[in-house]
Design a protein around this ligand. Structure first.
Ligand code: NAP
Length: 262
């Protein structure tokens, strides 16, 4: 009985281990970003939900967080634009006075075979997925360095590790995020700031819903765990990296892919 109570107590404290931490999630209106925002809020964090186009969905996430007694600020902004990133962090500081965690999640795909890919489609993916993460990390780093604490989590992809035909722009951006992660981990480590990346495999969201059932079936055959990933699979990994349990982990890439790459 005593052991049960101890275990139970331990679990409880883990669940609320983000109490009062201010977490910024870019692209928090839908999909993986939404899942991460809800997971962190469930563990007691105050959330900043950035969105670009989906205001209603961002407001829904805010309502869900408030319904469980949490606090959430919603901020519109295109994370590929320096001015919008500046405004986001100004809004966060005005509301909360600090930032503890940044999740660079906002991302887009513009797929096509290289011979037919326009420079505009290449640039659009790099501008948001990679430069956007740099802009947000730079803004957060200035705050974290003063605080001498903070955590940055990049949402990369297994595509950044393996490549994928038809996604050279996306793969370049996601591989670039890994270099960004490792460089920032070295630069910011002396100020007790950690920087890690998550490389999800195939996760069921709007981004992946266009694939045919046949293509999904083929993916599932190559995944040892025999299923596609759910948003919660990535959200729990992000919550771990955001938590004090990961204080001594930096510069790492946590692959969340059901074993696809093992
Ligand atoms: P999603 O369902 O398409 O959601 C994308 C999110 O990014 C939305 O919240 C969207 O917000 C936001 N966003 C798009 N353009 C933006 C911009 N310019 N500025 C700010 N936010 C913007 O995609 P997802 O599957 O959740 O993907 C989330 C992240 O995980 C991406 O970085 C993606 O590359 C990565 N990932 C996904 C998978 C997968 O299988 N799904 C696998 C590996 C990695 P609005 O709707 O408000 O514009």
């Amino acid at each position: 009985m005593k052991m049960f109570m101890e275990n139970n107590g331990g679990r409880k404290s883990m669940e609320k281990n983000m109490k009062g931490k201010v977490c910024v999630v870019t692209g928090g209106s839908r999909g993986i970003g939404r899942g991460i925002a809800l997971e962190l809020a469930g563990r007691g964090a105050c959330l900043v939900i950035n969105y670009h186009r989906s205001e209603n969905q961002a407001r829904d996430v805010q309502s869900e967080i408030e319904a469980i007694g949490g606090r959430a600020l919603v901020v519109r902004g295109n994370m590929a634009l320096e001015e919008d990133v500046k405004n986001l962090f100004a809004a966060v500081l005005a509301e909360f006075g600090r930032v503890d965690v940044l999740v660079n999640n906002a991302g887009v795909t513009r797929d096509g075979l290289v011979a037919r890919m326009s420079a505009a489609d290449y640039d659009e993916v790099l501008d948001l997925n990679l430069k956007g993460a740099f802009l947000c990390s730079r803004a957060a780093a200035k705050i974290f360095m003063k605080q001498r604490s903070g955590k940055i989590i990049m949402i990369s992809s297994v595509v950044g590790l393996m490549g994928n035909a038809g996604q050279c722009n996306y793969a370049a951006a996601k591989a670039g995020l890994i270099g960004l992660t490792k460089s920032l981990a070295r630069e910011l480590g002396p100020r007790s700031v950690t920087v890690n990346a998550i490389a999800p495999g195939f996760i069921v969201t709007d981004m992946t819903q266009e694939l045919s059932e046949e293509a999904k079936g083929k993916y599932i055959e190559s995944i040892p765990l025999g299923r596609l990933g759910q948003v919660q699979d990535v959200a729990r990994a992000a919550a771990f990296l955001a938590s004090p349990d990961a204080d001594y982990i930096t510069g790492q890439v946590l692959v969340v892919d059901g074993g696809l790459r093992c």
